[in-house]
Design a protein around this ligand. Sequence first.
Ligand code: SAM
Ligand code: SF4
Length: 458
Amino acid sequence: MSIDHGRIVEELKETSKPDPARVREVLAKARELKGLDLPDVAVLMRTTDRELVHACYETARFVKREIYGNRIVYFAPLYVSNLCKNDCAYCAFRAENRGLKRKALSKDEILRETESLIEQGHKRVLLVSGEDYPEGGLQYVFDAIDAIYSVRTPKGSIRRVNVNIAPLTLPEFQRLNEHKIGTYQIFQETYHEVSYRGLHPRGPKADYRYRLETVGRAFEAGIADVGVGVLFGLYDWRYEVLALLGHVRALEKSHGLGPHTISVPRIEPAEGSALSARPPYAVTDAEFKKIIAIFRMAVPYTGIILSTRESIPMRRAALDLGVSQISAGSRTAPGGYGEGGSGAQFSLGDTRPLNEVVYDVLKMGHIPSFCTGCYRRGRVGKDFMDLAKPGLIKQHCLPNAMLTFAEYLYDFADPDLSQKGFDVIRVMLEREVVSEPLRVKVGELLRRVRNGERDLYL
Ligand code: SAM
Ligand code: SF4
């Protein structure tokens, strides 16, 4: 696995404004929902004409609606530990940041954090950790996953644990896979190798190639859903977009499967990191919107994840441009959902509780989803992609969104949100679920949810 640095540099040499006819040709290709190639993406990145940029946004919106409908999936991170032996220049957890209060949650603390997330209404958790583990090593993470899954409360349980931890070896990934994780996430941070080396001077993470090859090892270990990402602000975003796309295409070629998700974090201020206060290649809001729209068009079947790093207005804009999963009500310190918690990884742009975000997203015309159906039905990796590609995703995901949103409304919403939410579900059932037998089936399942049954999915 390698990134074709020479080819990317060659694509980026052309800096002139593209011919509008060529831009329209690329957008027409994007509407076919088959993705875009590197030269197409290079054209879109050079497009600055207002009208054409607007046309890019419109096309991204079209692609998103066609494939995903109007559902937005929710999750929350659970930071179990901020111990770390790396020294990433942008992160508060880096080993050199001696002032940071270090903490690895005990099993009891993990259980309590999980209960808090369930009380908010969450069903999906992203376990996050620095790259150093208390006694027992990696077993600590495995025990943490089991602990999260073990929590049962009158308000439900966590049904999918995704994981964002340091790269593992093949046998370690095989052990991780035994713990029924959802997606394994790993961000390359920057694909630009020279910059990478400067930003990661010490520790296991200093090995660029080992990190780049992580997705392949995870696939080989049987983990079918893997998430990739770039930490925007470390290097030229144009380089990163082309390189990430190159990474996706290389994985498709070598493993017959691309990533399940792409995350698009932008650097946020982090305690003890001067670089994070002044990112060397800060990405503007306008550029960030373009990045999301381009990813949506270029890899239409891969989910795009946006975290609470972003401000409320940016989160609203991004939903429309192609983001399909968001975190909400997040804290980035171990123990952050309990009494305070200290030692956060970075500061947040959106600190609203989950119910406020749900309300806001609903008002914008999106339906909140807490679905974990695909993963539990075994529709992961290639099976998921095969389902997604002909546009069938809507037939499963939209009904599942309605069912899990109805659960949320019964269990967590105030009367106002509840009324608005059920109005939306009713309209969707009539307008979006076009097949009559499916509509009858979903209507029946919704009645069962109203009668107190939980965890129903297609
Ligand atoms: N320690 C593991 C690693 O680095 O791969 C996994 C967890 S790490 C806490 C998760 C991600 O946080 C990193 O991959 C990085 O992209 C992101 N991150 C680190 N510092 C950040 C900052 N200042 N602002 C935004 N995101 C940051
Ligand atoms: Fe450690 Fe990950 Fe932060 Fe780097 S990004 S310092 S590896 S927690």
